[in-house]
Write a protein that binds this ligand. Structure first.
Ligand SMILES: CC(C)(COP(=O)(O)OP(=O)(O)OC[C@H]1O[C@@H](n2cnc3c(N)ncnc32)[C@H](O)[C@@H]1OP(=O)(O)O)[C@@H](O)C(=O)NCCC(=O)NCCS
Length: 217
């Protein structure tokens, strides 16, 4: 999951369970946009984790040695994992089953080995009033090995078409200021920059700006 300098660095929907995340730089956990969903439970996270998830803690795991990562007898990590929370597939299934009727959830599959290589999620911007019914949010993720092959573009063309059919007139979303590739991707799709939301994301103690973008369908 980590190709950008963090223990866990995700751009989609990810559940991490029963893991130790420690000694990574610059961050243990990192996300791409405020629409990225990262859910951490029953994990030991250096520096702690206060976003989605539960039963996480921050304590030196007391490894046998720096190269022998077995836990010492007195390790605070012993007996802290949860069998009940490791069914990632169940959680993902639940997310999909509960996915809003007005949403668009598309996957890209490698037809040769049936591997899922990307997905795009479009959801209502807000549901507490009908005033935003014409506005959607979007998030896109393409497997690292399959990028720059037009998959994101392909997903978007179909998503936009379905979104129009569901009554959406515009897409309004955010891209992290330190993610120029994603910004360029969305600009290529016809999005325009509305402005910058300063310190919109906070990962640990680090604030990150988000570029606000929109596109009329
Ligand atoms: C952003 C992302 C979805 C693009 O997916 P992709 O399938 O690689 O994109 P495409 O191949 O369809 O690229 C379309 C165009 O977007 C632009 N683009 C895509 N990746 C780019 C990059 N790394 N640098 C600069 N431009 C890029 C290019 O103009 C590209 O056209 P080109 O390849 O002909 O030059 C993918 O890089 C990704 O999953 N990133 C991590 C998750 C993320 O940041 N998601 C967006 C926020 S939710």
């Amino acid at each position: 999951m980590s190709d950008q300098g963090a223990g866990v660095f995700v751009g989609g929907i990810t559940f991490v369970r029963n893991s130790i995340c420690r000694g990574n730089s610059p961050d243990e956990l990192d996300i791409l946009t405020s629409t990225t969903y990262l859910d951490i439970s029953s994990c030991e996270i250096e520096g702690g984790w206060t976003s989605a998830g539960s039963n996480n803690f921050n304590a030196d795991p007391d490894f046998m040695s720096p190269i022998n990562l077995r836990l010492s007898l007195g390790s605070p990590c012993i007996d802290t994992a949860s069998n009940g929370c490791c069914a990632d597939e169940d959680l993902e299934r639940e997310f999909i089953i509960n996915f809003t009727q007005r949403g668009v959830f598309q996957i890209a599959e490698d037809s040769q080995d049936q591997k899922i290589i990307g997905f795009q999620v479009l959801e209502p911007f807000a549901t507490y009033t009908h005033a935003f019914d014409h506005v959607a949010m979007i998030a896109t993720f393409v497997d690292l090995d399959y990028r720059r092959r037009g998959i994101g573009m392909c997903l978007s063309e179909v998503t936009f078409e379905i979104a129009r059919g569901k009554g959406y007139e515009k897409i309004f979303t955010f891209v992290r200021a330190d993610n120029p590739a994603a910004l360029q991707f969305y600009l290529d799709l016809g999005f325009r920059i509305v402005g910058t939301a300063q310190k919109q994301a906070k990962i640990g103690d680090k604030y990150i700006d988000e570029i606000v973008i929109e596109k009329f369908l």
